[in-house]
Design a protein around this ligand. Structure first.
Ligand code: ZN
Length: 252
């Protein structure tokens, strides 16, 4: 094979790998950010629940205060029962007291609801508190792993870029320019293998004459359809099946 062609095939492998690494390298910060956001969300929800618990306690205190005030009124009204002059006044006072007692029961129901809510929040807060340190460690570990992965990818890309410079330097100017030109307008491969007469990049059949040339000549040729540099690899000879004769005999 033409040494330029051999080099350009390797150059393409290096370039494809570099591009692949570039995608990975670029995607990692977002992955790291997503992990950090997960943890931040977890902490945020936890903090919000703790705030809600404090608010719940305040609300209960306030409701208990309301009950005390109403109880004060009831005591006062009960004292006044003995001072009223008329039956109507007495009845009105009793009605007042009954209303106040009903208010207290309603507030007690609210307090009970708050207590049930507090218990539920408390359970969540305790569960989250128990998980929090583990979550922090898990996310930190995962971020560290991704950062290490990114560094390894960066190192590998640097190594491949150095290799690219080496390979490129060995190419003739004509082939190097051809390769770079194809690369500038073709996504993916700039070099394609020809298999069974087809360019494997564009899937178009080569003219027989061109196909023969690709197979036999040492020149650097391009696909007439997609303009990529094409090469041909001799397929390995078909494997000699073991016990061929016997199986053939058995089949008859
Ligand atoms: Zn092609």
């Amino acid at each position: 094979m033409n040494p330029d062609l051999k080099s350009v095939i390797e150059l393409q492998q290096v370039d494809l790998k570099v591009a692949e690494l570039g995608v990975l390298i670029d995607s990692l910060p977002a992955q790291i950010q997503a992990l950090q956001s997960q943890l931040d969300d977890f902490i945020h929800v936890h903090e919000e629940r703790k705030k809600r618990l404090v608010a719940n306690q305040k609300e209960r205190k306030s409701l208990e205060g309301d009950i005390e005030i109403i109880q004060g009124k009831i005591t006062k009204h009960k004292d006044q029962l003995y001072q009223v002059k008329t039956n109507e006044q007495y009845k009105a006072m009793l009605k007042e007291i009954a209303g106040e007692e009903a208010n207290i029961r309603a507030i007690e129901d609210q307090i009970l609801e708050k207590m049930i809510e507090a218990e539920d929040i408390q359970q969540h807060v305790q569960a989250a508190a128990a998980r929090l340190e583990g979550e922090k460690a898990r996310v930190a570990g995962e971020i560290k792993r991704l950062q290490d992965e990114r560094q390894a990818d960066l190192d590998e890309r640097e190594r491949l870029q150095a290799r690219r410079t080496e390979i490129s330097a060995t190419l003739s100017d004509a082939v190097r320019n051809l390769y770079e030109r194809i690369r500038s307008y073709r996504t993916g491969a700039a070099v394609a293998e020809v298999r069974e007469g087809l360019c494997t990049a564009c899937n178009v059949r080569l003219r027989p004459q061109v196909y023969n040339e690709v197979r036999s000549s040492d020149a650097v040729l391009t696909c007439e359809n997609c303009s990529r540099i094409v090469y041909y690899v001799e397929p390995p000879p078909p494997e000699q099946a073991e016990g061929n004769d016997q199986s053939a005999g058995a089949a008859v």
